[in-house]
Write a protein that binds this ligand. Structure first.
Ligand code: SF4
Length: 239
């Protein structure tokens, strides 16, 4: 049974395959930086996509504390060349993301100190075929990398997740229609989702190459999402 929590919240079914029970919000799972560091080391050693024939470059994808209550989940990291500061979202798309977050009340360094950043796939997938932007990871790559995301979720156990871009949004919400139907709304993870009960505030991909974002009529949806994040900040981080 799914209930709307407010006009801006709704619970939706997701189409993801449920992770093993011990990866999904098991209260017995110890949460620690040590466990997270060991997971990061395991990911750094992973070559599953290369072995499957994909370009996959390990680069900067994680940041933030294991105790984070807020988790930002992007699509895939940018190349190491475009993240010279070796921090997620430190390129041009990141500047736009942090402008939105500033409008929600967070300065960049403050937000980086409290949120955990990750992505659906943990390696840079290479440039797009048309030379614009980065290649979107295929479903096969997403599937190969999915156990790592599930383990991050189980370790961090965030109260709020901000999925960025359609690929990340669909991992948590299942298939969605036009982005304007989900950007500017808040959702709650369904019982059969990877994150039951967790608040989800989707954002569009902040890349300048995003056609959706460059349509003037979509700015109102982004502003509504910023307003929801401002509310999250007041509720969860007022101290
Ligand atoms: S994207 Fe994920 S599954 Fe693929 S090689 Fe990188 S860490 Fe491994």
């Amino acid at each position: 049974m799914r209930h709307a929590r407010s006009p801006l919240r709704r619970t939706v079914a997701v189409s993801c395959v449920a992770p093993p029970a011990d990866w999904c919000y098991n209260p017995a799972t110890p949460m620690s930086d040590t466990n997270l560091a060991s997971l990061h080391a395991e990911i750094a050693a992973c070559r599953k996509c290369n072995e499957a024939g994909f370009f996959a470059e390990h680069t900067t994808v994680f940041a933030g504390p294991a105790s984070a209550r807020l988790m930002v989940v992007g699509q895939a990291p940018a190349s190491s060349k475009s993240t010279p500061k070796r921090r997620p979202f430190s390129g041009s798309g990141g500047r736009r993301l942090f402008r939105w977050l500033r409008e929600a009340g967070w300065e960049e360094e403050e937000f980086r100190a409290l949120a955990y950043f990750t992505a659906i796939t943990k390696c840079y997938p290479g440039p797009g075929l048309n030379g614009k932007g980065d290649r979107a990871p295929t479903r096969r790559e997403q599937t190969l990398c999915r156990p790592f995301l599930d383990r991050e979720l189980a370790l961090i156990r965030p109260a709020v997740i901000v999925p960025i871009g359609r690929i990340a949004i669909e991992v948590f919400l299942g298939r969605v229609g036009p982005l304007e139907e989900v950007i500017g709304r808040e959702f709650t993870g369904a019982e059969d989702s990877p994150v039951p009960g967790v608040r989800l505030v989707p954002l569009p991909h902040p890349s300048g190459a995003s056609l959706w974002l460059n349509r003037a009529e979509n700015q109102a949806h982004v502003q509504r999402a910023v307003g929801i994040l401002a509310g999250v900040r007041m509720e969860l981080f007022r101290n």
